[in-house]
Each structure stands twice: as structure tokens, then as C-alpha cells.
Write a protein that binds this ligand. Structure first.
Ligand SMILES: [Zn+2]
Length: 207
């Protein structure tokens, strides 16, 4: 099998996201760039038990499915166009975690300044206006926003998407984004103060 180690990583992080409650059995998708090819989780299979042999290969430039025996995720174009717009991106994770979805359906924003780690990993969260799941319109809109910068995105009335310099980095950002969303929601119950501007700038310099 080609790219066995990389496919194992894609399957592993998808499985971890299910274990952590960041996705449902068949929801969400995870991908990784390997040269000119994108490895991506398939459509329909149980995300908790994927194996390397389940992972599909797509040509990033043309969008051709290089593993025609695999049914591609409906959000394959969203991942592919994001890699084209962001040369620094090695991995993309998209799913529908509960608290991220709450904020995706609200005019309120996730506060990433409540703890230093979320400001360091996420900076500000970019909100992307609604487009129907699985459409070219969504793929183009998400990749256009990603192309302008940012690493953590909320898709209006849909879910979350994080990009990273490695599979671990993209997974870590999504996990951290869901934690920041939870803290933001809970901050309506317990009075909180975020990190001030001077300290935020010091943290930003550490990135
Ligand atoms: Zn989705």
C-alpha cells in the first residue's frame, strides 16, 4: 500500500476525534496533504474504526479520485480547495462538535482569550457565512476565507474546520476550539476576564 504510514495517521486522528466526542459515527472528515496528493477519510464508513486501507487518495490539482473503489467524503472539494489556497496547510479537520455548532448558529463569538493556550493555538476564530453542505459553493467559500488567513473556522449553521501544519496540529486545534466554545458558553454562568491586549501580543510572538 502506498503512503501507509500517512494513511494510518489519518485513520488514527479520525478515530480519536470520535472517541473525544468531536464527531458522530459517520460525520466529519479528516485529510492530509502528501506532496501532490490529498489523503481523506471516505464517506459513510464508521469513523471510530477506520483503517489505513479505508483512506482515499485524491489528486490535489485535478480533484481526480486515485482510489476509485473508495467513495469520497461529500466535503472532499472543501478540503482540496483549502490545500490549494493555503500552501502552509498539511492537514484539515472538519466536524460538528456540540459547542462549536452552538456558536455556528449564534451571532455571539467564541472567546479564545479566556486561556492562553487557545489564544496561542487559535488566534481569532473566523466565521464563514452559510452555504449548503457538500456543495461547490461551500467549498469555494471556505477556501476563500482560509486563503485570507486564520487556522480555526466556524461554518454558519454547520460546524467547525481547523487547519494545521500536521495531522496532530489540526486535530489539536479542533479539540482546543471545542474547549474554547464550551468555556465561552459557561462564561455566561461564571464571570470571567480574558487575557489583556499586552499579554495577547506576547503570546502571539511565541507562535
Ligand atoms: Zn459538515
Amino acid at each position: 500500500m502506498q503512503m501507509k504510514d500517512e494513511k494510518e495517521q489519518v485513520a488514527l486522528f479520525m478515530g480519536r476525534s470520535y472517541e473525544r466526542g468531536l464527531t458522530t459515527s459517520t460525520g466529519g472528515n479528516f485529510s492530509m496533504r502528501v506532496g501532490s496528493v490529498m489523503l481523506i477519510t471516505p464517506s459513510g464508513l464508521d469513523k471510530s474504526s477506520l483503517k489505513a486501507e479505508d483512506i482515499a487518495e485524491v489528486d490535489i490539482e485535478t480533484g481526480k479520485n486515485l482510489t476509485p473503489d473508495k467513495k469520497l467524503s461529500i466535503e472532499t472539494e472543501m478540503h482540496r480547495l483549502t490545500y490549494k489556497k493555503r500552501p502552509d496547510c498539511i492537514s484539515v479537520m472538519h466536524s460538528h462538535p456540540t459547542f462549536c455548532c452552538l456558536y455556528s448558529a449564534s451571532n455571539e463569538s467564541i472567546d479564545t482569550t479566556l486561556i492562553a493556550e487557545s489564544w496561542y493555538l487559535l488566534d481569532r476564530v473566523v466565521k464563514i457565512p452559510y452555504a449548503l453542505m457538500g456543495t461547490k459553493e461551500l467549498a469555494e467559500r471556505v477556501s476563500d476565507y482560509a486563503g485570507r488567513g486564520g487556522n480555526a473556522f466556524l461554518l454558519e449553521n454547520h460546524g467547525a474546520l481547523c487547519i494545521g501544519k500536521s495531522p496532530l496540529n489540526a486535530f489539536d486545534r479542533l479539540e482546543c476550539l471545542e474547549q474554547a466554545a464550551k468555556l465561552s458558553a459557561l462564561s455566561h454562568l461564571v464571570k470571567t476576564d480574558g487575557i489583556g491586549e499586552k499579554e495577547r501580543n506576547r503570546i502571539a510572538d511565541m507562535r
